[in-house]
Design a protein around this ligand. Structure first.
Ligand code: FES
Length: 106
């Protein structure tokens, strides 16, 4: 089980034992991480699961066009490491990953 640290906008860290094979968003929801809302349930339609990841994060999937498009609707600033957490499948390679959360999701 990869350990993933969610870092809220105020610096609060939440370390979770994540499940591989499901999305980063699903892992956040399962562990009551407040900074991820996921209003559409993971259909890449709401942009309320926005997070910031390091570009060189191991195991990170390539961004698809629909995710890129939805990132145009995020409430907090889009940055180079911006991703939608529902589009990221957690893998064992992600052990130690830090996921920074934006100040607001909608
Ligand atoms: S949960 Fe809605 S876009 Fe990710």
């Amino acid at each position: 089980m990869p350990k993933i640290t969610f870092v809220e906008a105020d610096g609060t860290e939440i370390v979770v034992e994540a499940r591989s094979g499901i999305s980063l968003m699903e892992n956040a929801i399962a562990n009551n991480v407040d900074g991820i809302e996921a209003e559409c349930g993971g259909s890449c339609m709401c942009a309320t699961c926005h997070c910031y990841l390091a570009d060189d994060q191991a195991g990170l999937s390539v961004m698809q066009d629909d995710e890129d498009e939805m990132l145009g609707f995020v409430a907090s600033e889009r940055k180079p490491g911006s991703r939608l957490s529902c589009q990221i499948t957690v893998t064992d390679d992600m052990d130690g990953m830090q996921v920074h959360l934006p100040a607001e999701q909608n």
